[in-house]
Structure formats: C-alpha cells, structure tokens
Design a protein around this ligand. Structure first.
Ligand code: PMP
Length: 315
C-alpha cells in the first residue's frame, strides 16, 4: 500500500515475498522513518484461523506514525490487509499447538529526501512467517541481567512507539548479555537509573503476594498488547494489578517475575543479575506465570472461550 503526503493509503496488492526497491535517499534509509508491528495468527482445532487483537496493533501503528511524522493506514485498511496476508499464506499457519503465523506489518518513509524532513511518500507492507512456540516443551525460565549503562529510551524520546530506530541501539547490550549466558537484558530508566523499564522485546511484571505490578508506561516503555491483556486477565482472576514506578531493589523480594510479549506470550523469569548479585525466583516455573500463560494462550488458540472479544476469526 502506498501513500503520498496529505493523501490516504491506496488499497494494497498481494505480491510474492521478495526484495523491494528503495531509493538510496529514502527517508527510512537516511533518517530511520520506519515503524513495525508484530502479531500472530493461530489455527484452531476446527481448522479456522484466529488473530489476536489486530485493531490494537493498528492503533499502536497510528500512534507511532503520528510521533514519527508519518501517515498511517486506517484501522479498516490495516485489518483488511492483515486478513488478506494471512489468507494468502493459509497453508503456512501451523497446526493447533504447533506454533503460529507471525505477521510483520512495516510502515516506511519510502520517498526520497535529502535534507532532514519527513519523506514525501510512504509504503505500508506486511510479510509473514510460520514460527514455532517460543517454549517448545513447557515454560523455561529466562535469566535476565540488569543493564546500567545502555538505556532503551529517554523521556520525550520515542521509546513508547515501535519505531525501527529503537532496536539497533540496544543490540550491543543484548549481544553482550547473550555472550555471558543471559537470556536477555532488563533496562532501567535513563534519569534515575534505578526504575525498571522493560526487556529488549517484552514488558516486565513482578508478583508479590496477591499484588502484580508492572512499570507505568510514561512514554519510555512500549505499551505492549500482551501487557494490556495480562493486566485485564490478572484483574479478572482476582489479583491486585498496579501500573507504577518499580525500583530495581524491589526485585530482591519479589515472589515471581515474568515477561510478556507477542513472541514469548508470558515468560517466567528464573533469575535476575544486578550489580553482580543474582536474585533467584522459583525452582521451577512460578504458579502465577503458569496460570496467566495458560489462560492467555488458551484464548489466543480458541481453547478457552473468549469472553473479552479479543480474537478475530478469519473467513
Ligand atoms: N517491549 C518492546 C520493546 C517490544 O519490542 C515488544 C514487542 N512488540 C513488547 C514490549 C511487547 O509488546 P507486545 O505485547 O505488543 O508484543
């Protein structure tokens, strides 16, 4: 789908997966004018296909586009394009329980621009790939390390939107962490350097008794769609859920920690290393993490009745 300044997006077309042509002076290549989304299509037991909250991805794309001075497709266009992409790739959606079709919408400044300015033209495209379940055999706890020197976002920056430019600056921290045997990095805020923000591609929650807390978004954390869904599920399950400032010291006596995101769904955290000290959680997988994972994946795959109206069936 294409769009020039002050016009709306044209209806798109389906093409075989392949390279696209881009001007060397395009806005995305020079000034990083690009946004992406990520969502999944699941196959139900009866063979039908389900999307999980696609309008939320469309709304988040629109919010990000506004921040990055880009036009965006309407929600109707967004959902229609997602559905067409899934239908065209129907045979690649794994059988129930074996994974999902990961769908990657991408909005880029494709027009040519030499001096710093918004690009004159934009392209919205979607590609998809089958993916297995993140956890192949039951949940396996992640081992995180708190990063103190590299920050993901600054107040007033673009940490709250899914711009492509948020991801390359944290590759260094993530690569270093992985080379030391950690699963991923837990970032702190860039001002006080002591409040939890999020992990490279997921949000974080801590559990203490009946209370479940997650950092308030405040423009520096990506408002995850899984995060939002888990807040609702946990509230309905009788937990007291709070979005608030969480100091890194609170990790010391948390009962459980878990991460949420489209890829991991709900991932229990087994340990967090901060300033050389390792805080351990559970010997196996925390009961709260396991329960929330089972409910959310049950809804996403059609095994549990979707009372919230979150899933969208594709005809
Ligand atoms: N934070 C970051 C930085 C992410 O890239 C993602 C993945 N989109 C998330 C959190 C989780 O968001 P969601 O639940 O919408 O996948």
């Amino acid at each position: 789908m294409k769009c020039s300044k002050e016009e709306s997006f044209s209806n798109g077309e389906l093409n075989r997966y392949g390279n696209i042509e881009l001007s060397p002076s395009s806005g995305v290549l020079n000034y990083g004018q690009g946004l992406f989304e990520g969502l999944k299509a699941y196959r139900k037991g009866d063979g039908r296909l389900l999307l999980f909250r696609p309008e939320e991805n469309g709304l988040r794309l629109q919010m990000g586009a506004e921040r990055m001075c880009m036009p965006s497709p309407s929600i109707e266009q967004f959902i229609y394009a997602i559905k067409q992409t899934v239908l065209a790739n129907k045979r690649w959606v794994p059988p129930p329980g074996k994974g999902s079709l990961y769908i990657r919408p991408l909005l880029i400044g494709s027009g040519s621009v030499l001096g710093l300015a918004p690009a004159p033209d934009y392209t919205f495209l979607i590609y998809a790939s089958p993916v297995g379940n993140y956890f192949k055999e039951g949940l396996a706890p992640l081992n995180l390390v708190v990063e103190e020197n590299i920050h993901r976002a600054i107040p007033g920056g673009a940490g709250g939107v899914k711009t492509i430019t948020n991801y390359s600056p944290v590759l260094k921290a993530q690569t270093q962490a992985k080379s030391k045997g950690f699963s991923d990095v837990l970032y702190l805020d860039s001002v006080k350097k002591k409040n939890l923000e999020e992990v490279s591609s997921c949000n974080v929650f801590i559990v203490k008794g009946n209370k479940i807390s997650t950092p308030a978004t405040q423009g520096t954390i990506l408002p995850g769609i899984t995060r939002k869904s888990i807040i609702d599920i946990a509230t309905n399950q009788g937990y007291q859920v709070e979005e608030r400032t969480i100091e890194v010291e609170e990790l010391v006596d948390a009962d459980e920690v878990f991460c949420t995101g489209t890829a991991v769904v709900v991932a229990p955290v087994g340990s967090i290393t901060y300033q050389g000290k390792r805080f351990k959680y559970n010997t196996g997988v925390g009961a709260v993490s396991q329960k929330l994972y089972s409910i959310l994946t049950g809804i996403q795959t059609g095994l549990i009745e979707d009372k919230m109206g979150w899933t969208v069936e594709i005809e």
